[in-house]
Each structure stands twice: as C-alpha cells, then as structure tokens.
Design a protein around this ligand. Structure first.
Ligand code: FES
Ligand SMILES: [Fe+2]
Length: 478
C-alpha cells in the first residue's frame, strides 16, 4: 500500500471537455470505468458493462435525520421493522439447534436451524414475563430455548414444551404460546430476517441484487475475517462514508496513485439497490503527471514487497490492470485453492460495491471481498455498530473452513491490530472512521444552531446517498 501523499489538483471540467452543465450530466474529465474496462484482456461480464444513473435532484439533505430522537424513532417503526436485514451467514448455524441472535436497535431475534435444516426465527423474549431467552448477540447451540428466569421452555421450532408449575397456568394454552415467528429468507449464504408480519417477498425486495449476482455465488464463500467497532455517530453517517469515493481526495490521498476516484461509476437501480464501481490499476484523474503502466504496477506494490515478481513486468501493449489481474488470478487461486480462471480482469482488480437497503454493503470482487453492516445500538441515534466481514472462496476441495471469530475493535483502537487484516487497508478504515465523530458533532452543531442544517451533495459522486435517503423517506411516508 502506497503511503505517499500526493498533492492533487482539483478537476472541475465535465468529462468530454464540453461546457454542458445540465444537472447530473457532468462527469470527471478522466477516463470512465466503461472506457477502462473496454480495454481489458479478459472482458468484464455483461452485468458490469452498463451504466444506470439518473439525476435525482440537488436539494439539501436535512441533518435532523442524523441527530434527532424523533427521526430515529420513526426509522425504528418504519424501516427496521419493515425491511430485510441479513442476520448471519448460513455457516454460523450449520447444525440443528444452532442459533444466532441478531440485534438492531431494541429488537432481538433468534435465528434457529431446524431438524430438517430449514431456518426459523423468533422474537427473543419470553412469553411469560418478557425476559430475553438469550442475553446478547452472537452464536450458540442448544436443544431447547429455556428462559433463565422461571424456566419456561420452547422447542427449537418455537413450540412451548414446558411450564414449571403448570397447575398455576390453566389459562396458558400451549398452542397459543408458540414463540412469535419472524420472517426469514436465504440468499447467497446469508440468512435475512424481516420483522414485518407480512413482508414483501425477499425475491422482489432484492430482485436487482439477485439478478446481478447470478455470476457471483456468495454461498460458495466463507467468513475469513469478521470485525466490529462501535462508532459515535448515526448509522447513516457511518454507512454513507462508504457509498462515495469523493472523499478519497482528502481522506485517503495515498490511494490516488493506483485507483480512479473522481471517475468512479455510480449506478442507482430500484429503490433498494445501488452500486459503486471503481477501477483499479489506474491513477486518479486528480493527479497531474501521467504514469506509465509499469509505474502504476510499481505503485500498487508499494508496501507489499512479497508480490514483487517478474510476472509483473508490463510488456508492450499491456495495461497495468490486466497484468495485475493475470498475476492476482494466479496468486489468489493458489492462496484460496480456488479456480478463478472464469473471472474477468475487472472482477479481480476493481472495487465493485453494492448496497441493499437499508444497511448491507457487499463486494463481489476478489481483491476486496467484504461485506459491511451498519446498525443502531439500542435506542441511541448517535451510536452505531459497524461490522466488516471478508468472504473468501471456499477451497475447491469443498471443505468449508469454520467462520472466523468476531474480533471487536475498541473505539480508540486501530483496525490494523485485527489479526489477519492488511495494514494498509486497516489504515484506510481508520481514516474513514476518524471523520465520523467530527461529522456527527458537526451535524448536531448545525441542527442546534439552526444554521445551514443540510448536506449539499454532489450531483453524481454522491448520488447514492441521495438515492438511499429518498428510499428512506419513502419508507417513512408509508
Ligand atoms: S420470564 Fe421467562 S419464565 Fe418467567
Ligand atoms: Fe473511505
């Protein structure tokens, strides 16, 4: 990872040099992602070879949504109770009786593997006097769900099986005291829950995502790294930091020599799905001096000398992207014992990021195969749990490694301390999360002072934030 800090020059002209300033049409003057991938040796799949972005408006996004309890409470009612959220991976609960407790805001749900290998989910609260059947989030295994207070017990399918001193409860009919069911769905190795009693079918809800991921089977990945950090900000403040590349120029200048930033492609599909597509092996359009393809490769290697190899010499007519993709396809293939020959240059070297409303971000590529989740903690509008998982391919032997244990990073700690975490990438997360408390406090300052209490977004580079907030507003208006 390069740690130099280039001094960038800000670009202001639309991509083709035209003076067109039609709102939403202007683009960075650098090469577009589509132009860059068109030159690749192993071509990108169709799903990556289109753009889908409309102008969505340019009004400010008011900051009350990040700071007020009133807005937070409306989200609890209209968003967290009504949307599909991934609770755990299939491999967290492989056997009958394995469970995972998922929590969001005040809600707590037990996701339970059944004897027939199907999955059920229940509200995590005793039907006697409310006690949580399992005290906190995480995985476990059990033969039944027994309340720690007076011992009422349910089978793993949610049926009431025993009540101590049943003679005192003639009014308790077991068939009316099954644990309340929570809807579940399974896709890509993830188990989703929805607290709505009549939810939109998951396949409709996530239709665009399911279509796009037909060639990326995330069920054939396993959790190789899992970390969580609690942040002093609203869940949207945190998540939105990972939905645009506009901040790279100021926050991560060390990345600018090896990735496009101002020329990232942003796509907004239906209400629930948007995409970010950033080309690797290219320099930021902000940088003045063009680098040779060999210089680009060398820049990508700074900090990771283990990768220096003759195979990374760029020959006449080759691009840094394709040379790096060819090399990484081999290296990753050996490292993960997986056959990556069917994957394009773009899937190997680019950063491709999808958002599924409300809080899931996932990356189908191989260099950065992450999944993010952002959740409010309890009833605090200014506390967020941010998790990062890495999903590596299951080895071709078919033997699925155990999912990585959760590693909790304390607020003041660096992501670089996480065992197995790339130091350069850990520093990038540190840079990202360091902005968030200051942004949250700035929002509160503006809101309380009543001065310019709105975010002014870029028409293109921050369009996914607007798209997300428009969907949020639509849920709140229901
Ligand atoms: S509260 Fe659960 S058994 Fe009494
Ligand atoms: Fe960032």
């Amino acid at each position: 990872m390069n740690i130099q800090t280039p001094r960038p020059k800000l670009s202001t002209m639309p991509r083709d040099g035209s003076t067109s300033l039609v709102p939403g049409e202007a683009r960075c003057p650098g090469a577009s992602v589509q132009e860059l991938i068109a030159r690749d040796v192993v071509p990108a799949p169709d799903v990556l070879r289109h753009e889908h972005c409309d102008f969505l408006g340019d009004e400010d996004i008011s900051v009350d949504r990040y700071v007020t309890q009133e807005f937070f409470d409306r989200e609890m009612e209209h968003v967290w109770k009504k949307t599909w959220q991934w609770a755990c991976r299939e491999e967290h609960i492989p056997e009958a009786g394995d469970y995972y407790v998922y929590e969001v805001g005040p809600f707590s749900v037990i996701v339970m593997r059944q004897h027939d290998m199907s999955v059920k989910a229940f509200l995590n609260a005793c039907l006697h006097r409310g006690t949580k059947l399992r005290a906190c989030e995480g995985e476990g295994s059990t033969r039944d769900l027994r309340c720690p207070y007076h011992g009422w017990t349910w089978k793993i399918d949610g049926a009431l099986s025993s009540v101590p001193c049943a003679w005192d409860f003639p009014h308790v009919e077991p068939e009316k005291f099954a644990l309340p069911n929570v809807a579940t769905a399974q896709w890509g190795g993830f188990i989703f829950i929805n607290l709505d009693e009549n939810p939109q079918p998951f396949d409709d809800y996530a239709k665009v995502l399911i279509d796009h991921f037909k060639g990326w089977d995330l069920s054939q990945r396993y959790v190789s790294l899992h970390m969580a950090k609690e942040l002093n900000c609203n869940w949207k403040t945190a998540m939105e930091a990972f939905m645009e590349s506009y901040h790279v120029y100021e926050t991560h200048p060390q990345l600018m020599t090896a990735t496009g930033d101002a020329n990232v492609q942003y796509d907004c599909y239906d209400a629930h799905v948007s995409r970010f597509y950033s080309a690797g092996g290219t320099q930021s359009p902000h940088l003045d001096n063009p680098m040779t393809e060999q210089e680009l490769i060398n820049t990508m290697l700074v900090g990771d000398r283990s990768m220096v190899s003759d195979e990374l010499t760029v020959k006449e007519g080759e691009t840094a992207r394709c040379v790096m993709a060819r090399y990484l396809r081999k290296v990753f293939g050996a490292q993960y014992q997986a056959d990556l020959s069917g994957y394009s240059d773009s899937e190997i070297v680019d950063t491709i990021e999808y958002h599924l409303f409300p809080n899931m971000i996932l990356f189908p590529g191989f260099s950065l195969p992450m999944v993010y989740r952002f959740r409010p903690i309890g009833l605090r509008a200014d506390r967020t749990k941010f998790e990062i998982l890495f999903l590596r391919p299951v080895p071709s032997t078919g033997e699925r490694p155990e999912p990585a244990e959760l590693f909790t990073v304390k607020e003041e700690e660096s992501y670089t301390i996480v065992p197995g975490m790339d130091k350069g990438l850990g520093s990038v997360y540190d840079q990202d999360t360091m902005n968030l408390r200051a942004q949250q406090e700035g929002f509160l300052n503006q809101y309380k002072a009543g001065r310019k209490a709105g975010q002014t977004l870029g028409n293109y580079q921050e369009v996914r934030l607007r798209h997300f907030n428009q969907t949020l507003d639509a849920y709140l208006a229901r």
